[in-house]
Design a protein around this ligand. Sequence first.
Ligand SMILES: [Zn+2]
Length: 109
Amino acid sequence: MFGVSYKKHHSGQKAKKFFALFLLVCILTVSLFSAHFILENIVHDCVGVGCYICVKLHNAQNVLRKIGMAIALALFLCAGLFAIYIAAAHKKVGICSSTLFELKVRYNI
Ligand SMILES: [Zn+2]
């Protein structure tokens, strides 16, 4: 019985790791192809308003901008969570697992 639940938990972890790796590969591939498309077509024979290549260049720029913003937001959130973790480790935040007896002793000081 314990082995079955362990196997389910372990396979769930593998699926999460595979999905995260797949997502990372997709993001990197889209970023690289977008950058390559921009570099390849930045100089073109532009027909002016309604140029098909200009529309595609704007789309590629938007994709790169959104991926950059998502990465910056993820790094910001990770830094915030890390700061909370460090603060909790040093018991400067009230996320500690003190017992009621420890709290009573602290308040009596
Ligand atoms: Zn153009």
